[in-house]
Ligand binder design. Structure first.
Ligand SMILES: [Zn+2]
Ligand SMILES: [Zn+2]
Length: 120
């Protein structure tokens, strides 16, 4: 039986040392990963958040599929496999189809502070 031990690794993004714990090593081994993580958990989480948040970040790593815009017929690329029953739009047409902003205004909690006219 192999006993795993905590390892200290250096993050290649921020250069900080982080702990590759025994349980994480077991997890990696179970998954069949032979390489150690190159980034600390924080940088990994940050990268994840960035990938989900902005489309322009890391486009070289992302698999793109050729598609034809259903609106203007222009050739474009989309980050997902296009399906026949789903129209695909180029970035220009996609932008025009999106409702333009303002959804944050529904979050206003209002009501408080309206008592300026109330009198005692
Ligand atoms: Zn880091
Ligand atoms: Zn288009």
């Amino acid at each position: 039986m192999i006993t795993m031990q905590d390892k200290t690794l250096t993050c290649r993004d921020c250069g900080r040392e982080f702990t590759f714990t025994a349980s994480e090593q077991e997890f990696f081994a179970q998954k069949g990963f032979t390489n150690e993580p190159g980034r600390c958990p924080e940088c990994r989480a940050a990268r994840k958040a960035q990938n989900g948040g902005s489309a322009s970040y890391g486009r070289s790593e992302r698999q793109m599929y050729p598609a034809v815009c259903a609106e203007c017929g222009k050739e474009t690329q989309v980050p997902f496999q296009p399906h026949d029953d789903r129209p695909v739009y180029c970035s220009d047409c996609f932008a025009t189809k999106r409702p333009s902003g303002g959804y944050e205004r529904t979050a206003s909690r209002g009501g408080y502070g309206r008592s300026s006219s109330s009198r005692w």
